[in-house]
Design a protein around this ligand. Structure first.
Ligand SMILES: [Fe+2]
Length: 262
């Protein structure tokens, strides 16, 4: 246990040192760096709670916690080089994160196999679907990071939706409209998470967060989604139309069923 604690403390230092090096005197730029730094630390915290609730072994729990801390490590180079967090307009930040971990050697104290698990999960955390070629441990770590990440992203977005003046970077510069794109509705009817490339409006984007319920892997995450009333809060920011209400009801029913049977 002592070994894992020391390892985590050392990696927290490395993470802070690396991310702090991106701060400048530009307030707008620094706001984005801080947003991603805080998000990474909160996903890390979230993953500690998930690992405890799901009773993972100390080794797996530690790997999940490290992978959570570093999952968005590509975001810092992304915003520096491209001035955007929109992957399709710049670079895949998961893949870039994998490269950053390799070139900075921040994981050098870990055994080779564990480094590979963290790098693979960093690359995979933002992909629409999971690779079928992962070994058992990589799959478990990646699933946990994806859940913890989603829980914290929803917290950030709900805070943003509640503001009068929404930060355009956070909502990917999407048009603020009540319209839902037919492509997004088609995904919902198939009980799938929509493809980010199909988002045309902010309502598409908000609905997509509700469909993340289909993509949550652990009972803890589903329970927390419900406990924090994420479903109700997202719905309260969506257009109140019979079509949207019926689609949302189906997703909420799925959440209830999953919590009961998982
Ligand atoms: Fe990410």
């Amino acid at each position: 246990m002592e070994y894992y604690k020391r390892l985590l403390a050392d990696l927290e230092n490395k993470f802070s040192h690396y991310t702090d090096s991106f701060f400048t005197d530009d307030i707008e730029f620094d706001k984005n760096i801080l947003l991603k730094k805080e998000h990474s630390l909160l996903v890390y915290q979230e993953s500690c709670q998930l690992a405890e609730a799901e009773n993972f072994s100390p080794r797996i729990a530690t790997l999940i916690e490290i992978a959570s801390l570093f999952h968005d490590i590509g975001r810092f180079e992304q915003i520096l080089e491209f001035n955007t967090f929109v992957d399709c307009k710049s670079i895949d930040h998961g893949d870039l994160g994998g490269e950053v971990l390799t070139k900075t050697n921040m994981l050098a104290d870990l055994p080779q196999k564990d480094q590979q698990i963290i790098i693979a999960s960093t690359k995979a955390h933002n992909k629409r679907t999971l690779s079928e070629n992962f070994d058992k441990e990589t799959l478990l770590v990646t699933k946990a990071v994806r859940d913890a990440d989603k829980l914290d992203i929803i917290r950030i977005l709900l805070k943003e939706y509640a503001k009068k003046d929404i930060d355009k970077t956070v909502i990917l510069h999407l048009e603020e409209s009540d319209d839902i794109s037919p492509e997004v509705i088609a995904y919902l009817e198939r009980k799938e998470c929509p493809n980010i490339a199909d988002f045309k409006t902010l309502s598409d984007f908000k609905l997509a967060q509700l469909t993340w319920i289909y993509d949550l892997n652990f009972k803890y995450s589903l329970q927390e989604f419900k406990k924090r009333k994420f479903d109700e809060q997202i719905i309260s920011h969506l257009p109140n139309t019979p079509k949207i209400n019926s689609l949302c009801r189906k997703i909420q029913d799925y959440l209830e069923e999953k919590i009961a049977f998982k």
